[in-house]
Structures are given as structure tokens and as C-alpha cells.
Design a protein. Structure first.
Length: 111
């Protein structure tokens, strides 16, 4: 049978390996990177659709209220499209800024 001291040595060696792996550099898995990119893409699509939908709702409501042809509907759909695009651009700048900060941090730790 195995000796008790042999088992305790193996246990200490295993604990040392686990501690070394825990302290190792944290690496982001490729699937996590892909997931965040997909999440960003959906966020941008939703922002664009929300802008157009809100513009449609406001335009339709004003046309119904004033009894006009779809003047306000068309006008506010374009306003909603513009607002959606501006929001998308703001989101893209935010993500670009985060990526630049992460790249700068990574450069600082390597250099």
C-alpha cells in the first residue's frame, strides 16, 4: 500500500501546481471575445431599430393628432434613423476607446 507521507507530498505538489496556475496570466478565451463582438453588433442593431421605431411612433401620433398626410411620419422616421445612427456611432467610439485603453495597458505591462 502507499505510504502516508507519499500521499501528503503528492497533495502538496498538486496544491503548488494549482496555486501557480491561479497566479498565471489571465487569458481571455477566443469564444468570449467573439461573444462580446456579437453582443456589440446586436446592441447597435437594437439602437438603430429603436430610433426608427420611436420616430415612427411619434410621426404616426402627430399625423393622427393633426389629421395630416404622412408628413410627420416620414419626417420623424428620418429623425429616428439619424438618432439611431448617432447612437451607434457613440457606441462604436466607446468600444474603440475601451480597446485602445486595453491595448495601452497591455503595452505597459509588457514594456
Amino acid at each position: 500500500m502507499s505510504d502516508g507521507s507519499d500521499d501528503s507530498d503528492r497533495l502538496r505538489a498538486l496544491e503548488a501546481k494549482i496555486d501557480a496556475l491561479k497566479k498565471g496570466p489571465e487569458v481571455k478565451h477566443h469564444s468570449e471575445e467573439h461573444y462580446s463582438q456579437a453582443q456589440l453588433a446586436w446592441r447597435m442593431v437594437i439602437e438603430l431599430v429603436a430610433g426608427i421605431t420611436i420616430g415612427f411612433g411619434i410621426g404616426y401620433g402627430l399625423d393622427s393628432l393633426f389629421g395630416t398626410a404622412p408628413i410627420f411620419l416620414v419626417l420623424f422616421i428620418f429623425f429616428g434613423l439619424a438618432a439611431g445612427v448617432l447612437t451607434m456611432m457613440r457606441s462604436a467610439k466607446e468600444v474603440q476607446k475601451r480597446q485602445q485603453e486595453a491595448a495601452n495597458e497591455e503595452g505597459d505591462t509588457r514594456g
